[in-house]
Design a protein around this ligand. Structure first.
Ligand code: TYD
Length: 132
């Protein structure tokens, strides 16, 4: 089974342009408690490199593109995100990295909880131990 879960959002766009609406517990599988976005990422920069003990997130590339590497401690998968109607589910205990940001990339992230540093696993060896 693929560890990457892509959620398809309905496009409400028409001849005036695009519109995508995201509601907690409808379009994403949790109550949205926090939203953040990543923009203007410098060339060659990669981000992420952590997993969460409990947090669940959905990331949507609403402009441009970037590459996700997802890793559950058993398998690793790469996925190119470049579509505002697709979200990638970052489940708890999924090591994730984001690479190859286009300069215009706007990565929007919806999160199930407030920012809490103690929920992060930032060391890959610790992650592998905990994932087992
Ligand atoms: P960091 O975890 O390095 O981001 P990424 O996952 O993209 O590599 O976060 C950068 C800084 O921002 C770090 O000091 C933590 C802080 N931060 C918050 O205060 N709130 C948030 O919601 C997030 C995602 C980060």
């Amino acid at each position: 089974m693929s560890l990457v879960k892509i959620i398809e959002f309905k496009s409400l766009g028409d001849d005036r342009g695009h519109l995508v609406a995201l509601e907690g517990n409808r379009d994403v599988p949790f109550d949205i408690k926090r939203v953040y976005y990543i923009t203007d990422t410098m060339k060659g920069v990669a981000r992420g490199f952590h997993a969460h003990k409990n947090l669940i997130q959905v990331a949507i590339c609403i402009r441009g593109r970037c590459k996700f590497i997802m890793d559950d401690g058993v398998q690793k998968e790469e996925v190119l995100m470049n579509n505002q109607t697709k979200g990638i589910l970052i489940d708890k205990m999924q090591w994730h990295e984001m690479h190859d940001f286009s300069h215009d990339c706007i990565l929007l992230v919806l999160a199930s909880d407030n920012y809490e540093e103690s929920d992060y696993i930032r060391n890959y060896d610790d992650f592998i131990k905990l994932a087992k």
